[in-house]
Design a protein around this ligand. Structure first.
Ligand code: NAD
Ligand code: TDX
Length: 439
């Protein structure tokens, strides 16, 4: 169907209600088609240049701190007591943010506190953190329903808590929604990030044992040519965003880097490839397809189905973020990826088989639901991350195979029908109608 360009998808805060890859790793580009990739048959898968030395006014005396040591804003120290820190997580009720909070509380050595600020858009769901709230609410876990575009409300949070580390996930995150209604993306992703940076700068002053970690995406680098299979996004790949979503993320990345260079704010950034796993809102490819299969609904494949994405199990993204907080150098960017490229159609065929197996249906039961639909406007052809830097410098690697991750994800959705039912609110149905009906 044609996207209804006159319909605005409103930023949903105002309306919020409640409150190892497949073995072997790095399968190369897959041919589109219906056959199962062979290895699934048997198994159950910029650097920132150092900031320029400040320009000193011509004068007779040398600034004092140049006499002795590195200027303070070049100090690459990591937060000193990360395990006992107070972390402000923005967007902690969304998909990756909530997985990150679960991840932190599973870390045996983490004894710190978490403040989750989230305005609960359609994508934010308190149900994602029920267990955490029951176990740690009021002692080590605190929720603040705050919109990051609201500077005054955000300021009260910075006044209420002594924050050591900020991990900034909050964003409007769905490319299709950014095409249908970009305004919310500009507000949250750019203005919201600016508010956080300003408040962090004001609150932290000259503290350097703190960290602002910004979560970004591979989409800021644009699109790779599918024929050049060895080409991958590196940290110094020039930015070339194509959608309002990726352009807004690119803008926020630039702001974060500017606060490092200009004010010495201790920042790190990570740009990650496509995540999948539990608690992902069923507007994104994998949960949408699982959810549609369970309702015997059409499985809408955009265009020719041969666009390629590099998939990473969400826990592996979380471990990458933790590695950066623990060991990463301020001012640096780290790419995180799955080394796990799939065409959409090949991935969907595999997913159909796993869901069929897990729900005791014939192997090809769900494949007949696959339906090719009109392509996404400006659809990026291929993403692939080179994550050599984080592997070499921070000793990070993926730990979940695609076969295992997909199976875990499918099981999670099968075991949580109440979660799927709860998120399929009026807003969800409105989106499905807008994006898919008559497409
Ligand atoms: P999501 O849409 O599931 O969650 C976003 C969360 O942010 C929600 O809880 C939402 O309520 C909250 N939020 C949105 N606007 C807000 C505002 N104005 N104030 C406060 N909270 C607000 O997104 P996700 O998939 O978990 O992505 C998290 C971050 O990771 C985003 O920055 C995204 O760009 C990035 N990222 C995502 C992926 C992916 O595959 N999902 C990959 C790479 C990077
Ligand atoms: O119904 C669909 N049919 C379809 O063919 C949907 C929802 C998607 N697709 C295709 C489009 C993409 O090629 O599947 C691929 C994946 O789509 P999404 O799940 O929407 O993800 P993508 O657009 O790749 O962006 C994701 O990865 C980078 C996240 O949504 C972003 O937040 C992240 O930054």
């Amino acid at each position: 169907m044609e996207t209804n360009k006159t319909t605005t998808i409103r930023p949903s805060c105002a309306k919020a209600t409640a409150g190892r890859h497949l073995d072997p790793p790095a399968p190369r580009l897959r041919r589109a088609g219906t056959s199962t990739p062979r290895h699934l048959d048997t198994s159950t898968p910029r650097q920132l240049d150092p900031p320029s030395p400040r320009l000193w006014r011509a004068g007779t005396s040398t600034p004092r701190h140049l006499d002795t040591s590195t200027p303070r804003h070049l100090d690459n120290s990591t937060p000193r007591h990360l395990d006992t820190s107070t972390l402000l997580i923005t967007g902690g009720s969304g998909f990756i943010g909530s997985n990150f909070i679960h991840y932190l509380f599973r870390l045996p050595h983490f004894t710190g506190k978490i403040i989750n600020i989230d305005c609960l858009t359609y994508a934010g769901n308190p149900l994602n953190l029920t267990e955490i709230d029951e176990k740690y609410g009021g002692t080590r876990y605190f929720f603040e329903k705050v919109d990051i575009t609201d500077h005054a409300a955000l300021k009260t949070v910075f006044e209420k808590y002594e924050i050591d580390v900020i991990v900034h996930f909050a964003a409007e995150s769905h490319v299709d929604r950014s095409i249908a209604g970009p305004a919310a993306f500009i507000r949250t992703n750019i203005l919201g990030t600016f508010n956080l940076l300003e408040l962090a700068r004001e609150k932290w002053g000259s503290r350097r044992d703190v960290r602002f970690h910004h979560i970004s995406t591979d989409e800021v680098y644009g699109s790779l040519n599918e024929a050049e299979v060895e080409a991958k996004f590196k940290e110094d790949t020039p930015y070339d965003p194509h959608s309002p979503y990726s352009a807004s993320k690119a803008s926020s990345d630039h702001l974060v880097r500017a606060y490092f260079h200009t004010y010495g704010l201790p920042v790190t950034l990570s740009n990650c490839s496509n995540n999948y796993g539990p608690w992902q809102f069923p507007e994104k490819l994998i949960p949408l397809m699982i959810s549609n299969m369970l309702e015997e609904k059409a499985l809408p494949v955009y265009g020719d189905g041969k666009n390629i994405r590099d998939w990473l199990y969400v826990d592996d993204h979380c471990s990458g973020i933790w590695a950066i907080l623990e060991k990463g150098e301020t001012g640096e960017t780290y790419n995180i990826g799955g080394e796990n490229e799939w065409t959409n159609i090949d991935l969907l065929n595999v997913l159909c088989e796993i869901v069929a197996e897990e729900s005791s249906k014939a192997k090809d039961h769900y494949k007949k639901l696959i339906t090719y639909v009109k392509d996404r406007a400006g659809h990026d052809r291929r993403y692939a991350i080179d994550c050599g830097k984080i592997k070499a410098e921070l000793d990070w690697t993926q730990s979940v195979t695609f076969a295992e991750g997909l199976r875990r994800t499918v099981r999670w959705y099968l075991e949580h029908p109440e979660w799927i039912a709860a998120v399929k609110s009026g807003e969800y149905l409105r989106w499905i109608e807008l994006n898919y009906d008559k497409r």
